[in-house]
Design a protein around this ligand. Structure first.
Ligand code: FAD
Length: 298
């Protein structure tokens, strides 16, 4: 195991981590874009990158292929996501073994959603696992990877019960997870509230804030579904006012997310994980602006 692990790195105070999430490309053009982005963002010296995981056989293989390609061209620590949706316990166990064979030392353990989306009732595979917590246990028993899990600053969209979310996060820690990464959100208060609730229960895992750059009008509806509580009215209004001007729209989104990152670091977030959508420009711009801001006291 390469040291420090992600959790150890997150627990080093005063030096926030920066990491980038990619998705496995579906075709050759997508593969080219991904590698271009990986190489370009490597310049920013991320602490790690991660690759998302889909439920079907074809998308699973694409995740492993993308990780292999990133390792060849990027040379950065790579975390693999793993979900239980649509797979038997044996298939999930085989994926843990594949990650081990690829030298992937960190797994983000997730339940995954039904193809209809995050609020559709979850129907487990007849021979499968039901929750991310069960997956954490399986990885603990089977592999020696370090395990991260998901957290939801605006509440998981299936029930919007933040107390339940905090208890589940604690269960994941008790099962063996050592860090968490959040879903996208738009206000630092949501993150701070999540951390406070979880710490009040005795939770100790470092929680990385998930950051989604908003750069296109078409993203608003999808991000609202994912973020649960939705986009703040003032952000939506500012984006809609700029809807006819692509550059202005982009500026509103990037300026908002830069401010969010700055607020989160000032509030003590140990790391920021950018959902890059396999593009480098918005993420590099936010990080460049962030690095130009004067340091703030927490
Ligand atoms: C950073 C991040 C990365 C992601 N990457 C991927 C990816 O690569 N591929 C993908 O398909 N999806 C991904 N997702 C989406 C994720 O799979 C969904 O958000 C999913 O709905 C929840 O996953 P979970 O791991 O939190 O599941 P869980 O923790 O199992 O929770 C799922 C649901 O079950 C409920 N639940 C769990 N345990 C209990 C309990 N003990 N009692 C009562 N209710 C319970 C929860 O409240 C929630 O409604 C990602 C999400 C995040 C935040």
């Amino acid at each position: 195991m390469q040291r420090p692990t992600i959790a150890e790195r997150l627990n080093e105070t005063g030096r926030p981590t920066f990491s980038f999430e990619y998705f496995p490309p579906a075709d050759a053009a997508g593969a080219f874009t991904l590698l271009d982005t990986v190489v370009s963002l490597k310049e920013l010296r991320p602490d790690w990158v991660s690759v998302t995981y889909g439920a079907t056989g074809a998308t699973r293989q694409r995740t492993f292929d993308a990780i292999r390609a990133i390792q060849r061209h990027g040379g950065v620590r790579t975390m693999g996501h793993l979900t239980v949706a649509g797979q038997s316990r044996d298939e999930v166990a085989a994926a843990v073994d594949t990650y081990a064979a690829l030298g992937v030392e960190h797994i983000l353990a997730l339940r995954g959603d039904m193809p209809e989306g995050p609020t559709a009732p979850f129907v487990p595979h007849p021979d499968g696992l039901r929750t991310a917590t069960e997956l954490v246990r399986l990885i603990r028993e089977r592999g020696d990877q370090q395990i991260g899990v998901a957290a939801f600053p605006d509440g998981h969209p299936a029930q919007f019960d933040k107390d339940l979310d905090a208890r589940i996060l604690l269960e994941k820690e008790e099962a063996g997870a050592t860090f968490a990464v959040t879903q996208l959100f738009f206000r630092a208060e949501s993150y701070v509230e999540l951390v406070d609730r979880y710490r009040a229960l005795g939770g100790t895992m470092p929680i990385v804030a998930g950051i989604m750059p908003v750069t296109h009008l078409g993203q608003i509806r999808r991000f609202q579904d994912l973020a649960g509580a939705g986009m703040p009215a003032d952000l939506t209004a500012a984006l809609q006012a700029a809807a006819d001007d692509r550059e202005r729209f982009r500026e509103v989104g990037i300026a908002w997310m830069t401010r969010l990152c700055d607020d989160l670091l000032a509030a003590g977030a140990p790391g920021l994980q950018f959902f890059t959508l396999n593009r480098s420009k918005a993420t590099s711009e936010i990080l460049a602006r962030l690095r130009r801001l004067p340091p703030r006291r927490a």
